[in-house]
Design a protein around this ligand. Structure first.
Ligand SMILES: [Zn+2]
Length: 340
C-alpha cells in the first residue's frame, strides 16, 4: 500500500489526486533516450501498479492500449498509484519495429534486470527496473505477436516456489478475462516478468494481437481487460462484476521449435492449432538448391505463437507449444520458449 506522497519518477512527479504526463530521460551511456510516462497518483491509498508496453518494437496493441488507459483513468477515483510506460524501449519501437534494438542488436526482454554498466540495451533494462519497478506491488508487461508473428492471445507468468507470491501472481493473471494462461515452471531468464518475479513482485506477461495489427477494437478490449485487473487489485472500484467471467485454462510451455538453417519457411499451422507429436508443422526450403527440410513437432499440444515470415535464419523461433496443465505438477521442467 502506498501513502499519500507524491509519485515521482526522475523529473516527473504527480501529487496525490493528480496525473502527470511527460518524458523522463534515461542515460544509456552512449546516448540518452526519452521514456514517455504517465503517473496517476490516486486520491486514496492503495497498491502501486506498473504497466509497460513497447518493450519490443512491432508489437502495437499494448502501446495503443496503455496510451488509451493513461488518458482514461481519473486520479480522483483511483486507489493507489499507477505508473504507465507505453513505450519502454523507444529505439526498438520507433526505429526498427523489431524485437531487437537497432542500437546494439540486443533483445531487451532477454537481459532483465539489466546492467547499469553494460551496453545501451542492458542499461535501459536496468533503468526501467530501478525507476519503474522498484516499489511496485504488481507489474503488467504488454506484448503482442510481432509484425512477422502469428499469436493466440494469452497471459504468461512464472512459478517461483514462493507459494504466496505465486498465488498473488496467478490471481493477477486470471483477473484479465483472457482465457488462456500459460505458466513457466521457474523464474529463470531475462524476461521482464521473470526478473520481476525473482525480485518478489507479482508480474505477468500479456500477449494480445498479432502480425502488427493495430485495430481499435483489439486495443479497446485490452483496455477493458486492464480495467478488470485494476478492479481485482482494488485500484478501481468495481461497479458491476462481469456477468460471466471467462473460465481460465492453464497451460504449461512444452516446446519452443527453432530453425536450424537459413531458408524459406512454409508453416502448416496457425496460432491456436492443436498439433500431435511427430506431426510436420512446416518445411524450410533452401533457396540455393530447392532442398526441403521438414520440421516436426517434438510434442503434442497447442501452438500459441509462430513465425509467419517467409525468411528465417538459425535460431528463429518457428513455433511455441503449450500443453494443458495437469492437476499435479510435472517433476522435470520442459523447455520454455522465450516468448515474443
Ligand atoms: Zn514482445
Amino acid at each position: 500500500m502506498t501513502d499519500h506522497d507524491p509519485l515521482t519518477v526522475g523529473t516527473l512527479s504527480a501529487a496525490p489526486g493528480t496525473r502527470a504526463r511527460g518524458t523522463v530521460p534515461a542515460d544509456l551511456g552512449t546516448l540518452t533516450v526519452d521514456i514517455p510516462l504517465t503517473l496517476v497518483n490516486g486520491a486514496r491509498p492503495g497498491p502501486r501498479v506498473l504497466i509497460t508496453a513497447g518493450v519490443h518494437g512491432g508489437e502495437f496493441t499494448g502501446i495503443d492500449a496503455a496510451t488509451r488507459l493513461a488518458s482514461l483513468l481519473e486520479p480522483a477515483l483511483v486507489h493507489g498509484q499507477l505508473i504507465i510506460c507505453p513505450v519502454a524501449n523507444p529505439p526498438a519501437v520507433y526505429q526498427g519495429r523489431l524485437g531487437v534494438s537497432p542500437l546494439d542488436g540486443v533483445n531487451i526482454n532477454r537481459v532483465f534486470p539489466g546492467d547499469p554498466d553494460g551496453g545501451p540495451t542492458e542499461r535501459l533494462a536496468a533503468w526501467l527496473f530501478a525507476h519503474l519497478l522498484d516499489g511496485a506491488d504488481a507489474y503488467v508487461d504488454l506484448h503482442a505477436g510481432g509484425i512477422d508473428e502469428v499469436l493466440r492471445d494469452f497471459v504468461g507468468h512464472r512459478l517461483t516456489g514462493d507459494t504466496q507470491l505465486d498465488t498473488r501472481t496467478a490471481d493477477l493473471a486470471h483477473s484479465l478475462g483472457i482465457e488462456d494462461v500459460i505458466l513457466g515452471l521457474d523464474a529463470t531468464g531475462g524476461n521482464s516478468h521473470a526478473a520481476a518475479a525473482r525480485a518478489g513482485v507479482p508480474a505477468i506477461l500479456v500477449e494480445t494481437g498479432q502480425l502488427g495489427e493495430r485495430d481499435a477494437d483489439t486495443a479497446t478490449r485490452l483496455v477493458e481487460s486492464l480495467c478488470a485487473l485494476l478492479r481485482g487489485l482494488g485500484v478501481l472500484e468495481g461497479e458491476t462484476p462481469p456477468a460471466a467471467p471467462t473460465p481460465v485454462r492453464e497451460w504449461i510451455w512444452a516446446a519452443g521449435i527453432t530453425a536450424e538453417q537459413t531458408g524459406l519457411w512454409y508453416p502448416e499451422f496457425t496460432a491456436g492449432d492443436d498439433v500431435t507429436e511427430g506431426q510436420v508443422i512446416g518445411h524450410i526450403i533452401d533457396p540455393s538448391n530447392g532442398q526441403e527440410h521438414k520440421i516436426h513437432t517434438p510434442t503434442s499440444g497447442r501452438v500459441f505463437y509462430g513465425m509467419h515470415a517467409l525468411t528465417v535464419a538459425p535460431n528463429t523461433e518457428l513455433a511455441a507449444i503449450a500443453v494443458p496443465r495437469a492437476p499435479t505438477r510435472p517433476t522435470s521442467s520442459p523447455r520454455q520458449p522465450p516468448t515474443p
